[in-house]
Design a protein around this ligand. Sequence first.
Ligand SMILES: Cc1ncc(COP(=O)(O)O)c(C=O)c1O
Length: 399
Amino acid sequence: MDDLGTALLLNPEMIMMGGGNPGRIPEAEALFRESLEGFLVDDRARHELLGQYQSPAGDLGFRKEMAAYLARQYGWPLSEHNIAVSNGSQSAFFILFNMFAGNMPDGSNRSIHLPLTPEYLGYADCGLSDEFFSATRPEIEWLEEDLFKYRVDFSRLNLDRQAGALCVSRPTNPTGNVLTDEEVNHLDELAKQREIPLIIDGAYGLPFPNILFARATPVWNENTILVLSLSKLGLPGVRTGIVIAREDIIAAYANANGIVNLACGNIGVSIATDLFRRDRMAELTGSLITPFYHQRAQQAVGAFRNAFGDVPFRIHKPEGAFFLWLWFEGLPLSCQELYERLKKRGVLVVPGHHCFFGLKEDWPHRHECIRVSYVQDQEKVRQGVAIIAEEVEKAYRGG
Ligand SMILES: Cc1ncc(COP(=O)(O)O)c(C=O)c1O
């Protein structure tokens, strides 16, 4: 994680295929600029933006707007009491995970269970106690050509008494996987049976930013905690996340948020409220964001296919988010060593083994994968792909 933050400072020429920054979409930036300019010229709006603390659950007007938007879109029975704001969804995960897992008041020790690993690296150090995550190894489904897909392996998924919540990102960072509706419904049933919540991280999903190239029905019910973010819309700098949950969970979350953050920032919720009111959210996601990333995903898959030649590579089917997850079966090096070699060549990727936290069993597969982001400047991505292909080929040749 440190490398992702410091690499550009140490080497400005570094080809950044490791980080989670969204791509730049000029038309989307124009929509954000219009909103901001509108606030700045209006005395009251400017004061509300810069001169006021909100309540720990977040701006009431936004929470009402968000509840109404989700009720219109999906028919979910929500009010402002089901919605809370966070300073980025990352901080919401920190609070929620530690509400449901760790050392509990009754003396038990609970874990957050990841029904499908690999999962989002940003969760890995969120726990305030040891053994915080547990995870189930997935089934691998072989698809056409060089593609594969991870599936939840329900035959291995054994929820012991320790699990305090289930958590999945959908679409998944790092793989671009999208859990099927059947998988999500099955997890929902299991969570209800065990009386633990199912946390769904929709940072890339529906209703926004909708970086989805596969069919997926968004899910919410009283046992689900859906966490959204404005970051992948193109607004990571405003640090805004949104929690949608049962009223008692929102109340507990808001109490904790008040302690950690006092209040959340206003800029993100103001822009989002303005987009809802001007009815521009659907245009932003459907006409700009989804096609931009879909095209980039296809270009990246094509570039790797051209570059790899005879190398025995596989790509997780890109169904959403903006990463390719590459698997080199039987790679003579670990993915960590490959990462080091690539870094020396000026290309930064994420070595996959970090994303298997919580998985107790040894599984060679975890050392055979890397995550590559394809959203940066296209010429840089092309150069990066060529270097990755050279290094992987060399490694298979024993070099
Ligand atoms: C799957 C996933 N969840 C959550 C986050 C946190 O995002 P933010 O704190 O910017 O909302 C990220 C960031 O990359 C992510 O990839």
